[in-house]
Design a protein around this ligand. Sequence first.
Ligand code: TXA
Ligand code: MG
Length: 325
Amino acid sequence: MSIVEASAESVTEAARLLRDGRLVAFPTETVYGLGGDATDEHAVAAIFAAKGRPQFNPLISHVLGPGEARAFVEWNDTADRLAQRFWPGPLTFVLPRTKGSAIALLTTAGLDTVAIRAPSHPVAQALIRAAGRPIAAPSANRSGAVSPTEAAHVHESLGDRVPLILDGGPCLVGVESTVLDLSGNRATLLRPGGATREAIEAVIGPISVSDALPAGDSARKSPGQLASHYAPSRPVRLDATFVGADEGLLAFGPHPLPGAMLTYNLSPTGDLGEAAANLFARMRALDRPGIGRIAVMPIPETGLGLAINDRLRRAAADDPTRPHG
Ligand code: TXA
Ligand code: MG
């Protein structure tokens, strides 16, 4: 394994690895991705293996823009209007696969739809361009664990499972892309993320929200919406109004609760964008020996707060199969 600063040379080397069917971790504006050639069943199988990810959970294919997307999915007007506003950026569309789509069946877990997005991070764009093919990439962490927003997090989580990690600095958005299903009659939010519901509705009007949100138990349209996810190894307690002596505190706003063993404030000014960017790194920092539990102060359920609270609820969901360490 090696962490290499992103540069023209290292991106070229990474693209060569991808074309050889190998995996590369790379920065996007949301989180670091574990990339493989989305058209190569073997490469995609290697992604699932490296993450320990169930193969029924499909991956997002990353492209440069609508021009490339049209080769793989049945593009439509709604996608077009949203892409004009949000691409490149943290919005993923679920669209029907085209006949003869080159996206590997394993990438979509055998579904007849494809999740596709154009990331805005310049290193991600350079890598897709140099590879000359769509890149399948889930977050670059072991399945179920906290997503990586820095190159070092990828190494902590995946170690030698990934031959090359391109370091492009900390991710500016900090939570994953919004996943929006555009394959049916009505646009449906499958996963809240970096593009806010409010901003999406400003472009296309009211959207539906999947039953599976937030962390519900009904049959899930987005197979990745497992209740427990994004989980640190310590228990997480939400909406804290006091702090126990053995707890670390994830604070929000100008009045952090007193009494925690260790406190990180997601945003002292109460800025949700800043809080999203800090979320996963601070969660990791509190997930350490000596701390019995992570208490989290309430976060408003608007704008990026939807994505932040979704991740926090999943981190708090009790699941005996939760990975530790
Ligand atoms: O920001 C992001 O989206 C990051 C970066 C690397 O791009 N990627 C990411 O991928 O978060 P992943 O694999 O952790 O999450 C993909 C989500 C999952 O919830 C999955 O179930 C859903 O997208 N998904 C993928 N394909 C789908 C499909 N055809 N239909 C419904 N949901 C799909
Ligand atoms: Mg993930």
